[in-house]
Design a protein around this ligand. Structure first.
Ligand code: ADP
Ligand code: MG
Length: 687
């Protein structure tokens, strides 16, 4: 049968080609790929249990004679049989069956069945057990169950693995010394045990992955990751960047002109970045800091150092609104000190754009603020020394790659330093294992004088009270955000919802100045609304999630999020972070519609219980798993497949320790080890 119904069978759809395609879908091409395609679990078909030893919940294999079988109609048509051995009787039932199955179950036949035991109406039973002949010899190894894909049976996959193992290179990539030091078993032995566990192997150890074979594999995987990290780090240190050493008093003047003093945490990260910038190889640093912790001013210091050293700086944000806000802030801080700031986004008109491009190319523009346009378009910089990516997790993996590839210039070319900023705190172990080669700085305290945000959970039905609280807040001279419900299904619907919400609120609150902002508005219109809100000419800003990241209006002290149950935890935290930026008490109201799903309840509870970004991130990670958490679901391959950062902390530490020895004393082994484990991942590791 052809795979797509209706398409005639073509040459490429021979069974062999189909099999190959399906294997490729699993990333299985060469023998080496199959070697590390390891079972998810095992089935123990090596033993026959007496029926008398069965208990509900067990998965077991038994053998006996069919006492009788019949098709029953209660309540619906089903095939029923009774199997017996010397120790007892077992009921077998099938809801769907073929006539041939009925024959197989003719009374008096010896049969072997395997399945999950449950307690049924007439004693113990198996529903839809696997049936085989009692004459087949028992296998002497546990039967592996592999991760597979649609249309690929375990049997074909097992056969393919078997064939590949016969020719694959299983030589050890770890030297004796490392094996001995960490008490690891040889690679070929581990691989054979995992694909073919002998019957004597402890089933539990295999499943829990505590067996020495799994330990070896997990160590290998962690080591490969740490090796490639070290390699990327070494490669970066071999690249050249201009050391950015301040040549004038710009930094001191910036410090003196700020309306506030940097916090200790800010001073520390400014110093860390400053030291990196002074080096002759490119910085690659992640600046983490919770929403409102004051990352922008840290970026301003980095920029000032680069500019003082005679270089250009590009600062990029994922949305126009955010980029525009940076333009405001950075211009306000730096222009009075004589820095020339340019603005470049996708929405810029032809003439302005050409002018900006020219200023950038000829070096007049010293600080360039913009959106992704800065990477996507062919912008020709005169002397780019530093790139700052704000809210870097919002840029897709693809864009981050694009940016890092920009650096693939011929050897000896000067590359820019790079500073990534993110409000999504990435747990440290995750950052270390995940990000190829990234140094991390963290701002771990908020600027002084902020009072913590109060979070309230309010059911939709109490909307009138919420409207009253908006009016009350505005009467005190404050401003508020109203975030429209997220409609994931359709952008048009999302837009409509925003427009409707605005209309309803404007009607319900006739004394208030209510405005709307959403992602589909022209950049100029968006800018105008944001400016009006900043200037206090708007009381209530109805918004879609365009305001999610970065927006900073300290006088806004009330945030209402409608249908909060539809948002993710990180997103809610970001949204809430738009208030609590001034010295007054801020409130975030999470409106929800009952009934809540268990997950939504968990999320809202987390929001209610804590305002700490690290704690939120921890719970988010717990709820979503690392892939989705980092927005790299599509690159699942980059995740650890076998080791787990939670349970294999000790192994990870050993792997980190082994890196230096491998690189120094056994470079060929290290090379071979990475070849085995990092197949197809090279790109990801660079981003
Ligand atoms: P985020 O880290 O979320 O990007 P911002 O850089 O937007 O935070 O800073 C949040 C607010 O705090 C801004 O209004 C900023 O001017 C202010 N701010 C930053 N650092 C300090 C400080 N040391 N003291 C007082 N206010 C500060
Ligand atoms: Mg910010």
């Amino acid at each position: 049968m052809s795979e797509e119904t209706g398409t005639p069978r073509t040459v490429s759809q021979t069974p062999a080609a189909l099999l190959q395609r399906r294997l490729e879908r699993l990333g299985l091409r060469e023998p080496a790929d199959f070697v590390v395609h390891l079972p998810l679990r095992y089935e123990d078909e090596t033993r026959i249990l007496p029926i008398g030893a069965l208990a509900p919940g067990m998965t077991a294999q038994v053998q006996g004679d069919v006492l009788h079988s019949e098709v029953q109609f209660r309540p619906r048509r089903q095939l029923h049989a009774v199997l017996s051995d010397e120790t007892g009787r077992l009921q077998l039932r099938w809801m769907n069956f073929y006539p041939s199955q009925q024959k197989q179950l003719a009374a008096g036949k010896p049969l072997r069945v395997r399945g999950e035991v449950r307690s049924g109406f007439n004693g113990l039973e198996m529903v839809h057990p696997k049936v085989g002949s009692a004459a087949t010899p028992l296998p002497d190894a546990l039967t592996p169950v592999y991760p597979t894909t649609d249309g690929l049976s375990q049997a074909s996959l097992r056969k393919a693995v078997e064939q590949a193992l016969a020719t694959a290179d299983l030589s050890d990539t770890l030297p004796e010394e490392v094996l001995r030091k960490y008490r690891l078993i040889p690679f070929d032995q581990a691989i054979r045990v995992l694909h073919h566990p002998p019957a004597r192997v402890s089933y539990d150890e295999l499943i829990e992955r505590g067996h020495p074979a799994w330990v070896r594999i997990k160590f290998d995987e962690l080591l490969a990751q740490q090796l490639s990290l070290a390699q990327a780090r070494a490669a970066r240190r071999a690249q050249k960047a201009r050391p950015l050493v301040a040549r004038d008093e710009l930094l001191e003047r910036l410090r003196a002109s700020l309306p506030f003093r940097l916090t200790q945490a800010q001073e520390r990260v400014v110093a860390e970045i400053s030291a990196d910038l002074g080096r002759a190889f490119p910085m690659h640093r992640l600046l983490q800091g919770d929403v409102g912790s004051g990352k922008t001013v840290v970026a301003a210091f980095a920029a000032a150092q680069a500019i003082s050293a005679g270089s250009q700086v590009a600062i990029m944000a994922p949305t126009e609104i955010l980029a525009e806000q940076h333009l405001h802030k950075l211009s306000a801080w730096l222009e009075p000190l004589g820095v020339c700031v340019a603005w470049l986004t996708g929405g810029l008109s032809g003439k302005l754009r050409r002018k900006a491009m020219q200023d950038i190319a000829e070096g007049r523009a010293q600080l360039i603020v913009g959106t992704q346009a800065l990477i996507q378009d062919k912008v020709d910089f005169h002397s780019l020394g530093l790139v700052v990516l704000d809210e870097q997790h919002r840029f897709g993996v693809g864009q981050r790659l694009q940016l890092s590839r920009k650096g693939e210039a011929p050897a000896g070319t000067l590359l820019p330093h790079q500073l990534n900023m993110s409000a999504t705190p990435i747990p440290r172990t995750l950052a270390m294992t995940f990000f190829a080669d990234l140094d991390v700085s963290a701002i771990d305290a908020l600027p002084p004088g902020r009072s913590p945000i109060i979070t309230k959970l309010i059911a939709d039905s109490r909307r009138a009270e919420v409207l009253d609280s908006v009016t009350a807040e505005v009467r005190q001279g404050r401003q508020a955000y109203w975030v429209c419900p997220l409609v994931e299904e359709s952008e048009a619907l999302q837009l409509q919802t925003a427009v409707d919400t605005h209309a309803r609120l404007a009607e319900a609150l006739p004394d208030l100045r209510v405005a709307l902002i959403h992602g589909k508005m022209a950049p100029a219109a968006k800018q105008e609304v944001m400016q009006a809100f900043r200037d206090g000419r708007i009381d209530l800003l109805v918004a879609t999630t365009v305001i999610e990241v970065g927006v900073d209006v300290p006088n806004a002290s009330l945030m209402i999020i409608e249908h909060a149950e539809r948002f993710g935890l990180a997103q809610l935290h970001q949204l809430r972070g738009r208030v609590g930026r001034g010295s007054t008490q801020s409130i975030c109201v999470l409106m929800y519609q009952a009934p809540l799903s268990a997950i939504a309840r968990q999320r809202l509870r987390a929001m209610y219980e804590t305002v700490d970004g690290f704690e939120i991130a921890r719970r988010d990670l717990e709820q979503r798993g690392p892939g989705e958490f980092l927005g790299v679901r599509q690159s699942g391959q980059a995740l650890l497949r076998f080791a787990s950062l939670d349970t294999d902390e000790r192994l990870a530490a050993q792997a980190r320790e082994a890196v230096a020895l491998m690189r120094k004393a056994f470079p060929d082994h290290a090379e071979a080890h990475m070849r085995r484990w990092m197949r197809g991942k090279e790109d990801f590791l660079r981003s």
